[in-house]
Design a protein around this ligand. Structure first.
Ligand code: GDP
Ligand code: GDP
Length: 455
């Protein structure tokens, strides 16, 4: 009955908007200063553009959500990447490689006022090898007089160059139309391989937490011979590992095993690797060095996985290295610093001794189950009805907003749309989330709640 008065079409479109699975990923690559960040800002419609003239400004977030012509996708901004670690050429190539790896399609930005450089040519080679759809942007064509410069870029052999001005928006609409044609509806890496295949696990954590040790420990004797498994993709960066009687795909393990000796900027590369791995995975196992204080970097990695909407397990490693005192403080740190992910299953392991390795798989399975939980609409609304009756929203300005009806619009992770008679305060939303978790579990998964106010 609560549903009465709702426009079916409105509900439908709301569900479509909220209930997407993983979105296809677009990477924006190119040399420093060609205008990548400016373009990304334009694509995501961000007004207060975070563009700086200084090249190599690092940023934390690299992935944004965008929408064009009613379709949603993710944009990987490679704008602020560290430039001077390996020299410009190598770092641009590395940058492009990481981004292309995680992307379904690529926008390659060239500065039309400069023309194609050797570095641009190097990126073209990478793009050819990757075989992903590419849209070539000739940027900084601020007016008709620049069109001729843009046409010169046919020479790159990537097809038609789209003359655009990221700064002023000229030509970006046509370019984005082309991007949409290039993007698949669902990301190939995420859904294409899902059906019946091994579940995809990303083992992430800051440098030196023990990722490589853990991977070696679990993969040690049980490495699966890839060829034995029919129909599995042979992506060299992924590793099939048998654990707990099942085969799991540990994604992007090349980044874990390879000991890249980068000093400055290494963290940033590590964080890009992490982002790429998380994009490909269904569940992230976040490794934390329990013998050290929980750091901002640990928090960032966790946030990255949460924002990507992946299932999550937290593994506290180096447990063999903890004394009484550290244990005491660790518990308190977890409570204060990781409260926002209190829902994540926790295992205390030691990659060195093998302690509690057998608990890893059950934790991963719990998290994946939470991630895939679907609450039938009837049950959800019975629950919401009781919740609203027992704990109504506080009265604000003489009005009392009410939740009228709700539905779970999607899974992986669970997404809910609540229809309300007025704006629901953040505190009340958090309360609803907490009660949803108490009632239905959702262990190991972030959940999204969007509220639609019926005018
Ligand atoms: P990135 O290093 O590739 O991310 O480049 P940025 O987005 O930071 O841009 C580098 C510089 O080029 C900035 O000063 C921008 O304002 C400028 N720029 C970016 N796009 C355009 C454009 O379309 N036209 C002009 N004239 N300048 C631009
Ligand atoms: P990664 O950078 O995250 O891949 O970390 P590594 O696997 O290279 O480990 C970093 C250091 O921590 C190495 O010296 C490992 O031997 C050590 N280490 C890893 N796991 C454990 C553990 O469970 N206990 C102890 N005591 N040391 C560990």
């Amino acid at each position: 009955a609560a549903q009465e008065g709702f426009d079916a079409e409105e509900v439908e479109s709301e569900l479509a908007a909220a209930g997407h699975g993983p979105l296809p990923v677009l990477a924006v690559v190119g040399r420093p200063n060609v205008g990548k960040s400016t373009l990304v800002n334009r694509i995501i419609g961000r007004r207060e553009a975070v563009v700086e003239d200084r090249p190599g400004v690092t940023r934390d977030r690299v992935t944004y959500e965008a929408e064009w012509a009613g379709r949603r996708f993710k944009v990987v901004d490679t704008g602020g990447w560290e430039q001077d670690v390996l020299g410009i050429d190598a770092s641009v190539a590395a940058q492009a490689e990481y981004a292309i790896d995680a992307a379904d399609a690529v926008v390659f930005v060239v500065d039309a006022t400069v023309g194609a450089t050797d570095t641009d040519e190097a990126v073209v080679k990478l793009l050819r090898r990757a075989g992903k759809p590419v849209v070539l942007c000739a940027n900084k064509v601020d007016g008709p007089s620049g069109e001729a410069d843009a046409a010169m870029l046919w020479s790159l052999g990537l097809g038609e160059p789209f003359p655009i001005s990221a700064l002023h928006g000229r030509g970006t609409g046509d370019m984005l139309d082309e991007v949409l044609k290039a993007l698949p509806d669902a990301p190939a890496q995420t859904f294409g391989q899902t059906v019946g295949g091994p579940r995809r696990v990303a083992l992430i954590g800051r440098p030196n937490v023990g990722k490589s040790s853990l991977l070696n420990k679990v993969a040690g004797e049980e490495r699966v011979v890839v060829n034995e498994l029919a129909g599995t993709t042979r992506d060299p960066v992924d590793e099939l590992i048998e654990l707990g009687g099942k085969t799991w795909k540990f994604v992007d393990t090349a980044g874990i095993r390879k000991r890249v000796h980068l000093q400055e900027g290494a963290d940033y590369y590590a964080s890009l690797r992490t982002a790429a791995a998380v994009e490909k995975a269904e569940v992230a196992v976040v490794l934390i060095d329990a013998s050290e204080n929980i750091s901002v970097q640990d928090q960032r990695i966790i946030t990255m996985a949460v924002e990507a909407g992946r299932a999550m397990v937290i593994a506290y490693n180096k447990w063999d290295n903890l004394d009484e005192e550290r244990r005491y403080y660790l518990e308190r740190e977890i409570e204060t610093e990781l409260q926002q992910v209190a829902w994540a299953p926790r295992v205390n392991v030691s990659a060195r001794t093998g302690r509690h390795m057998e608990k890893l798989v059950p934790a991963i399975e719990t998290a994946l189950a939470g991630w895939e939980t679907r609450v039938p609409t009837g049950r959800l609304n019975a629950f919401l009805g009781e919740l609203v009756a027992a704990h109504p929203h506080p009265i604000r300005g003489g009005k009392q907003p009410r939740i009228l009806f709700g539905t779970q619009a999607g899974t992986k992770p669970p997404r809910f749309v609540l229809f309300a008679s007025g704006f629901l305060e953040a505190g009340y939303r958090r309360f609803v989330e907490r009660r949803l978790r108490e009632e239905f579990g959702f262990e190991g998964t972030p959940i999204h709640i969007s509220v639609r106010v019926r005018e």
